[in-house]
Design a protein around this ligand. Sequence first.
Ligand SMILES: CC(C)(COP(=O)(O)OP(=O)(O)OC[C@H]1O[C@@H](n2cnc3c(N)ncnc32)[C@H](O)[C@@H]1OP(=O)(O)O)[C@@H](O)C(=O)NCCC(=O)NCCS
Length: 112
Amino acid sequence: MSQPSPAPTVQWADAKHRYEILVDGKRAGLTAYRDRGEQRVFYHTEIDDAFAGQGLASRLVQEALTDVRESGKRIVPVCPYVAKFLKRHEEFADITDPVTPDVLQWLDTQLG
Ligand SMILES: CC(C)(COP(=O)(O)OP(=O)(O)OC[C@H]1O[C@@H](n2cnc3c(N)ncnc32)[C@H](O)[C@@H]1OP(=O)(O)O)[C@@H](O)C(=O)NCCC(=O)NCCS
């Protein structure tokens, strides 16, 4: 009988400015950010096609945002997936800041 697959895990890849989700030890997706003072600005989330539609993005973003809270930082949801997630998870409303033109201009500069 085959062993059940271990649960996906989320790891913080600080040097790459992103959180990654691993399935069976392989990277299945990521959510990327840049830090702007106390704000962690999330700008892109992706899950590999082979793992789509299994709730992995939801799990990844849930753990990433929980880490932001534990770090005492704030969330800025430029990424449409993170923005949509936050509409359904009001528990992060107290640490969420709006996406402003200033943030978008700053992000453009950061990402070159
Ligand atoms: C968007 C993406 C990360 C979702 O990954 P996933 O693991 O399949 O997502 P989950 O199973 O956790 O959730 C699926 C939900 O994502 C929503 N979704 C899919 N594409 C989306 C997008 N571009 N923006 C916002 N939400 C999106 C779906 O509508 C679905 O919502 P529902 O739960 O209300 O039905 C993945 O499809 C992907 O990598 N897409 C290409 C990159 C991209 O468009 N990223 C988002 C903007 S940066």
